[in-house]
Design a protein. Structure first.
Length: 301
C-alpha cells in the first residue's frame, strides 16, 4: 500500500512539472515570436479579423492571425485551446469585440497581464446588453475606427498606413450603408420576429418593429409550448416577417410558416465565412438583397 502512495505522489509531481514546463514553453515561444516576427496582431473571431485585415492591409512586418477558425461562429461559449494560448503568448496586440462576447477574456487577462487589448465596441451604445454590434453597418464603422486608433497607438510606425486603409474601407462601408438605407425605406414600421439576437441591430437599422425575440443556436431546445406561444403572438400582432439564421433557425421557421402567414428571411450573422477582405461587405450586401426581396413579396401579398 505504501508503494502505491509513493507512486501516486511521483505521478502528481510529474504532472505538476509538466504543467510548469508547458507554461515556460508558451512564454519562451511568445518571446521568440515577438523578437522574430515584427508586429504580431491576434483577433478573437471572424468579424474582428475581417476589420483588422482591411485596416492592416499589406503593412510590412505586421502579421495578422485569427484566434478561432472561420467556421467557429460566435464566441459566447468558446474555450481557449493550447494553440490559442500559443498564439496569444506571441501577440503584441489582441483585438476583441468586447461587451461580453468573448467570455474567456478574464482568463486571457490573468495569463497574459502585459498583453495590450483593443475592445472594438468600446464607446458604442449597446441594445439591451447585446454586443453583436457588427451587424449594424454604422456601428461596425465605429468599430473599424476604434481598431484603427488602437493599432496606431500600439504600432506608430504604421499609423499612416492604418489611417489610409481605414479611410478606404470606411468608404466601402458608407456605400454599403447607403444601399441599406434605400432598402429600409420600404421596410420601416413592419412587425417582425427575431430568431437570432444579433438581428436586433438589423431590425433597428431598418426601422422594423420587433414583436418578439427568440435566440436560437446549437444549444437551444424549443418546446411545443414555445412554438404555440410564438405562433400565437405572430397571428395576434400580424407579423409577416421573421429574421432568422438558417443554420439554427430553419426548422423552427418551417414549423411557424406552416401555422401562420409569416415569411422567414435567412440572414448572414457575419460570424463565419471566407477570409477575403471584402467578405463582410459581400455578406451584408446579400442580407440587403434578401430583405429587399422579402419586402417586395410582402407588398404583393
Amino acid at each position: 500500500m505504501r508503494h502505491k502512495y509513493i507512486f501516486v505522489a511521483w505521478l502528481l509531481l510529474i504532472v505538476m512539472l509538466a504543467g510548469v514546463g508547458m507554461t515556460g514553453l508558451y512564454v519562451s515561444y511568445g518571446q521568440n515570436s515577438r523578437n522574430n516576427s515584427g508586429f504580431r496582431v491576434v483577433t478573437s473571431f471572424y468579424p474582428m479579423y475581417i476589420a483588422a485585415k482591411n485596416i492592416i492591409g499589406e503593412s510590412d512586418g505586421v502579421t495578422l492571425v485569427n484566434l478561432s477558425e472561420p467556421q467557429t461562429g460566435c464566441m459566447h461559449d468558446y474555450q481557449l485551446t493550447p494553440k490559442d494560448m500559443k498564439e496569444l503568448s506571441g501577440a503584441d496586440l489582441f483585438i476583441v469585440n468586447g461587451g461580453g462576447i468573448e467570455n474567456f477574456l478574464a482568463d486571457v487577462a490573468a495569463q497574459y497581464p502585459d498583453l495590450s487589448i483593443i475592445y472594438a465596441c468600446e464607446g458604442i451604445e449597446l441594445l439591451d446588453n447585446n454586443a453583436h454590434v457588427w451587424m449594424s453597418i454604422p456601428a461596425y464603422m465605429e468599430q473599424v475606427q476604434n481598431i484603427t486608433q488602437g493599432l496606431s497607438r500600439a504600432d506608430e510606425s504604421h499609423s499612416h498606413e492604418y489611417a489610409s486603409n481605414c479611410s478606404a474601407y470606411l468608404e466601402k462601408l458608407e456605400r454599403l450603408y447607403e444601399q441599406q438605407k434605400e432598402a429600409a425605406f420600404d421596410a420601416a414600421g413592419r412587425n417582425v420576429m427575431i430568431f437570432y439576437e444579433s438581428f436586433a441591430y438589423v431590425a433597428r437599422d431598418y426601422g422594423l418593429h420587433v414583436a418578439g425575440t427568440m435566440d436560437l443556436d446549437e444549444e437551444r431546445m424549443v418546446s411545443a409550448g414555445e412554438v404555440k406561444q410564438v405562433a400565437g403572438k405572430i397571428r395576434e400582432q400580424g407579423v409577416r416577417l421573421i429574421l432568422a439564421e438558417e443554420r439554427y433557425g430553419k426548422k423552427m421557421c418551417q414549423t411557424i410558416q406552416a401555422e401562420t402567414d409569416a415569411q422567414a428571411i435567412y440572414l448572414d450573422p457575419c460570424v463565419r465565412g471566407s477570409y477575403e477582405a471584402d467578405s463582410y461587405v459581400q455578406a451584408m450586401e446579400q442580407n440587403i438583397k434578401q430583405i429587399r426581396q422579402a419586402m417586395t413579396q410582402a407588398v404583393s401579398r
